[in-house]
Design a protein around this ligand. Structure first.
Ligand SMILES: CC(C)(COP(=O)(O)OP(=O)(O)OC[C@H]1O[C@@H](n2cnc3c(N)ncnc32)[C@H](O)[C@@H]1OP(=O)(O)O)[C@@H](O)C(=O)NCCC(=O)NCCS
Length: 208
């Protein structure tokens, strides 16, 4: 799929081979589908509907969402996926409507990844962010052998977001000071962590 055969320096690699995640992951009532040009319009529509909420919390939604800038943003994330650097997906409902987005991307620690998510405003409180985070955590530990920890970070004031890793049994640490980058930020961050060993225990207790 990637035109460039040279692995990106940040790619998750083992024995010279780049490890990657599947293009599609099952997640409860929806699926995660990697960004593709055909998803641009439905993603933009979902993001525009959700602008007040995502603007409050997400760095990429600070300027008004213009089609060309958004297309470039999606293309960048497709390229990251091709290179095995970061994996961004649309949440697609059974009726093929885009109901949000979620991704998993590198941290400074080469053995850790971070998950991010947003859910279309009209589809919140249906367990979608939790289902996406469960699917991405399982995928990271299944397909990426060097990953030992998965994190979810959020500002302490983002009470809705904190409910997601809490529901999945992640352990919280913090708060620690971080720059305020969006209107909702208090400047204090929480870091939620799941280790490979703990996830094994959780999945034994809660079969998918
Ligand atoms: C945060 C967000 C992703 C939650 O998505 P969601 O699909 O509604 O979350 P879930 O339905 O999986 O909720 C899981 C738990 O989180 C908590 N939660 C979710 N929304 C909440 C809210 N508005 N108020 C309080 N708790 C909330 C609850 O404990 C919930 O469990 P429950 O519904 O059984 O009580 C969504 O509100 C959103 O997109 N917000 C804007 C973008 C954002 O903040 N992204 C995260 C940045 S760190």
């Amino acid at each position: 799929m990637a035109d460039d055969p040279t692995p990106h320096p940040e790619a998750v690699a083992r024995g010279g081979a780049v490890e990657t995640l599947p293009d599609t992951l099952a997640m409860g009532p929806a699926r995660l589908a990697r960004y593709r040009p055909a998803l641009l319009e439905p993603l933009l529509e979902a993001a525009l509907e959700s602008y007040p909420e995502i603007h409050r919390w997400l760095r990429w939604a600070q300027a008004p969402l213009e089609r060309e800038t958004f297309a470039e943003f999606i293309r960048g994330r497709e390229a990251d996926f091709d290179r095995g650097v970061a994996w961004h997906y649309a949440m697609v409902g059974r009726d093929e409507r885009v109901v949000g987005g979620a991704g998993i991307f590198p941290k400074e620690d080469p053995h850790a990844l971070e998950i991010g998510y947003w859910v279309r405003t009209s589809c919140t409180r249906q367990g979608l962010a939790t289902a996406a985070t469960r699917a991405l955590t399982s995928a990271a530990f299944t397909y990426l052998s060097s990953i030992e920890r998965v994190h979810v970070l959020m500002d302490q004031a983002n009470v809705a977001s904190a409910g997601v890793p809490r529901a999945l049994g992640f352990t919280v640490s913090g708060p620690t000071p971080r720059p305020r980058l969006t209107p909702g930020h208090s400047g204090l961050y929480l870091t939620w962590t799941m280790t490979r060993d703990e996830w094994g225990d959780v999945t034994k207790r809660e079969p998918a």
